[in-house]
Design a protein around this ligand. Structure first.
Ligand SMILES: *Cc1c(COP(=O)(O)O)cnc(C)c1O
Length: 426
């Protein structure tokens, strides 16, 4: 048996479909975000600007997070020492969960090793504990939510992306006595659009469903205290389970859910993804908490973030580039072809020292391949203008399309009815 050959063939298949992934070797420079040292395949180093980081507010390099991590590592050491059950519940982790419960105005919170794990563990465990539960899941939900739905083994219905009429139709067709769990996101990270949260909560109330929202791309960034879109819109108390990451807006690592004490205690007690893995290190918990607490009171990062995102959209749009219209901080530029998308990304890096990775299938549907730009408070006006010049030059060299795409390009191109491509980006 040629085991090696089987793996090589599997990877070759990806190469042929132009979706073989190459990672850029980057070394971020603390204090100079979004600048980083890039090393090419021959290890030649040079400085570049990152335009696609999910460290949306630069909190990964903020003095308060760095200090909290260094100080706690000095005092408590680096590892957690075990699972939560076996001596892994350190003081900084207890404080972190309190800080998160307070952020979302919930009775309790539970921290996991990542946002991915928190979605998989929470959705599957909650659904399994509800007898004969049926899950209603947005068509564009993240791979980790799809994984949670699958893992639960419960029946599922997929509603068309952000389509409350379709959700209502599905709910109306389900036996009123069955427990229901509606799973959706607030900000969808590839198109940068936002869910109709209030309408979904209305439907949940009408049909007696639980609501589960993934606020991964919103926590830290929206709401007066960084509680997310639900906080911004005054809807946090209408959502049963809020899920978030500590790795994007908060700039560190880890995932969590916040909910009432009964739900948190049940997930804590039943989810294998929580029980049988070593807890997050204390220093990391302290850094995450410092970031959350900082963003509860400081709105400066949010204000600047919004400003630079809008400026980027305006400047790129005025230059005739195909910016997908969004109401959030995410700026997708449609290329519409996997090979050209990769070529554009390569050219930006080689000729302009700008790093934006190509987003191809299966993260987004074929034909909607894109460059996904994420401006941060640290991207200066000058950097935005540099970006504009670089993109205009790449668009001309590769003769890329300039038509401004319609909104909802992604959902229109998808076929509804079943769990689709797990979106592997984010
Ligand atoms: C990134 C992402 C996650 C996973 O969070 P991690 O902390 O990176 O594991 C979950 N949901 C969405 C929508 C994401 O984009």
């Amino acid at each position: 048996m040629d085991y090696r050959g089987i793996f090589e063939d599997a990877v070759d298949a990806l190469r042929q479909e132009k979706r073989y992934r190459v990672f850029a070797d980057l070394e971020r420079i603390a204090g100079r975000f979004p600048r980083a040292v890039y090393r090419d395949t021959s290890d030649n180093a040079r400085e570049i600007t990152i335009w696609c980081s999910n460290d949306y507010l630069g909190m990964g390099q903020h003095p308060v997070t760095i200090a909290a991590m260094q100080e706690t590592a000095g005092k408590l050491g680096v590892g957690a020492g075990g699972t939560r059950n076996i001596s892994g519940t350190n003081r900084p982790l207890v404080e972190l969960e309190r800080s998160l419960a307070d952020l979302h105005r919930k009775e309790a919170a539970l921290v996991f090793t990542s946002g991915f794990v928190s979605n998989e563990a929470a959705i599957s465990t909650i659904a399994r504990l509800l007898p004969d539960c049926i899950i209603l899941s947005d068509q564009l939900n993240h791979a980790s939510m799809i994984q949670g739905v699958r893992q639960s083994g419960m029946e599922k219905k997929i509603f068309r992306h952000n389509d409350v009429a379709h959700l209502r139709e599905l709910l109306a067709g389900i036996d009123r006595k069955r427990p229901k769990l509606i799973c959706f996101e607030s900000v969808y990270s590839m198109d940068g659009d936002v869910a109709p949260i209030a309408e979904i909560c209305d439907l949940a109330a009408e049909f007696g469903a639980l609501t589960y929202i993934d606020e991964v791309h919103a926590v830290g960034m929206y709401g007066p205290r960084g509680g997310g879109i639900a906080e911004r819109d005054g809807l946090m108390d209408r959502i049963d389970i809020i899920e978030g990451t500590l790795a994007k807006g908060f700039g560190v690592m880890g995932g969590y859910i916040a909910a009432n004490r009964a739900i948190i205690d049940a997930v804590r007690s039943y989810a294998p993804e929580f029980i049988f893995t070593t807890a997050l290190p204390p220093a990391l918990c302290a850094a995450a908490r410092a970031s959350i607490e900082h963003l509860k009171t400081s709105s400066e990062e949010r204000r600047l973030h919004k400003r630079q995102a809008q400026l980027t959209k305006d400047i790129l749009g005025d230059a005739g580039l195909p910016v997908m219209p969004t109401s959030t901080h995410i700026v997708p530029l449609i290329v519409g072809d996997a090979r050209l998308c990769k070529a554009a990304s390569d050219m930006l890096l080689e000729k302009h020292n700008i790093y934006i990775q190509p987003i191809n299938y299966p993260t987004v549907p074929k034909g909607t391949e894109r460059l996904r730009i994420t401006p941060t408070p640290m991207h200066s006006d000058e950097m935005i203008i540099e970006l504009r010049h670089a993109l205009v030059s790449v668009w001309a060299s590769l003769e890329l399309p300039r038509e401004r795409p319609e909104t909802k390009i992604t959902s229109d191109k998808l076929v509804s009815g079943d769990l689709l491509l797990p979106t592997m980006g984010g």
